[in-house]
Ligand binder design. Structure first.
Ligand SMILES: Cc1cc2nc3c(=O)[nH]c(=O)nc-3n(C[C@H](O)[C@H](O)[C@H](O)COP(=O)(O)OP(=O)(O)OC[C@H]3O[C@@H](n4cnc5c(N)ncnc54)[C@H](O)[C@@H]3O)c2cc1C
Length: 289
C-alpha cells in the first residue's frame, strides 16, 4: 500500500482544511490494492469513501467511520495518442490541461484552473467558463459496485449540471479519455492564462474553500442572491461568506466543519426568505458533523 494510516485528520486532505479523523486512510498503489481495500471493507461491513483532491468536500468534525480511499499520485498517469488524452483518476485537471498544451491540443483550457482530480471532475461534471467535462469526455473507465470493470461514455454517466450517476450507483472512476482537437499552442496558453487570471481576480483563492458552495439556481446567480440578501462578509465562527465572491464560503483560519455547515444553512435560510429561491449545495458532505 502506498499510504495506510489510522485516525488520519481529513483536514489534511480537503481544500477547506477542515474535517476530523478517518478511521482508516489509504492511498492504494494500484488497481489490485484498490480492489483489495474495497473487498476488505465489504467483508467487515464498514463503509468507504473515495476521494480525489478533496476540493469539493466538506467532511464533518467527527471524521469518517470507515475507510477513506484516495486515488492520488499512484493513479496520476497521463498519456496522449493523437487527439485523445487519457488520464487516470488521480491525475489533477491542471496537469491534464498542461499536457494538452504541451501537445498543442485544445478543448481542455476551461479545466486548467479547477483544482480537482479527473475522478472528482467526472463525478461533478466539473465545468467553468462555458466548458464542462461532458463536452470533451470520450470514455470513462469505471469499477462497478459488483467489482466488474466497465467502459462508458458521458451518456452512460448521466452527466448533467454538476451531477452524474457515479456516486448514486456506487461506481469508482479509474480513469478517463478526453477527445480534444489540434490547436495553436500560443492560443491555448493565452486562453489558460486569461481564465486563470480571471479566477485570481474574482475568487478568494488566498483562503481555503471548496469553490462555489452552491449550484447556480435556474435563472439566477447564487453569489448575487447571497449578496442581495446582505450576506457578503457574513460569518459564523471561522467560516465566512467571502467578501470577494459571495458564492464562496471560505475558512478564514480556524473554521470547524460545523461553522461551515451552520453558515451554509443560514445562507440558504436567508436567501429563501429574501428571494424565495432554494440554494442547493454544490459541495459534497460526508462523515460525522
Ligand atoms: C478554489 C476552487 C475553485 C473551484 N472551481 C471550480 C470550477 O470552476 N468548476 C467546478 O466544476 N468546480 C470547481 N471547484 C470544485 C472542485 O474543484 C471540483 O468539483 C472538482 O471536480 C472536484 O474534484 P476532486 O478530485 O477534488 O473531488 P473530491 O472533492 O475529492 O470528491 C468530490 C466527489 O467525487 C467523489 N470522488 C472523487 N474521486 C472519485 C473516484 N475516483 N471515483 C468515484 N468517486 C470519486 C467523492 O466521493 C465526492 O463525492 C473549485 C474548488 C476550489 C477549491
Amino acid at each position: 500500500m502506498h499510504i495506510l494510516r489510522k485516525n488520519e485528520p481529513m483536514s489534511l486532505h480537503t481544500t477547506f482544511r477542515v474535517g476530523g479523523p478517518a478511521d482508516v486512510y489509504a492511498e492504494p498503489e494500484d488497481e489490485w490494492e484498490l480492489r483489495e481495500l474495497m473487498d476488505t471493507c465489504e467483508a467487515a461491513g464498514t463503509p468507504y469513501l473515495l476521494i480525489g483532491h478533496g476540493s469539493n468536500l466538506l467532511i464533518g468534525d467527527g471524521g469518517f467511520r470507515g475507510t477513506v480511499i484516495c486515488l492520488g499520485k499512484a493513479f496520476s498517469e497521463i498519456t496522449v495518442d493523437g487527439e485523445v488524452i487519457t488520464a487516470r483518476a488521480g491525475a489533477l485537471l491542471s496537469a491534464v490541461a498542461n499536457t494538452a498544451l504541451e501537445h498543442g491540443l485544445t478543448g481542455m483550457e476551461f479545466a486548467s484552473g479547477i483544482p480537482g482530480s479527473v475522478g472528482g471532475a467526472l463525478v461533478m461534471n466539473a465545468g467553468a467558463y462555458g466548458g464542462e467535462i461532458r463536452d470533451i469526455l470520450l470514455s470513462a473507465d469505471i469499477l462497478e459496485m459488483d467489482g466488474t470493470a466497465d467502459r462508458t461514455d458521458a451518456e452512460g454517466l448521466e452527466l448533467g449540471y454538476r451531477t452524474s450517476n457515479i456516486t448514486a450507483l456506487g461506481r469508482t472512476v479509474l480513469g478517463a479519455s478526453f477527445r480534444l482537437k489540434k490547436g495553436d499552442p500560443a492560443e491555448i496558453e493565452a486562453k489558460m492564462k486569461d481564465l486563470n487570471g480571471r479566477r485570481k481576480e474574482k475568487q478568494p483563492l488566498e483562503y481555503p474553500s471548496a469553490g462555489s458552495t452552491f449550484k447556480r439556481p435556474e435563472g439566477y446567480f447564487a453569489g448575487k442572491l447571497i449578496q442581495d440578501a446582505g450576506l457578503k462578509g457574513f460569518s459564523i465562527g471561522g467560516a465566512q461568506v467571502s467578501e470577494k465572491h459571495a458564492g464562496f464560503v471560505i475558512n478564514k483560519g480556524n473554521a470547524t466543519a460545523k461553522d461551515i455547515l451552520d453558515l451554509i444553512k443560514e445562507v440558504q435560510r436567508r436567501v429563501f426568505e429574501d428571494a424565495g429561491v432554494r440554494l442547493e449545495t454544490e459541495i459534497r458532505m460526508a462523515g460525522e458533523f
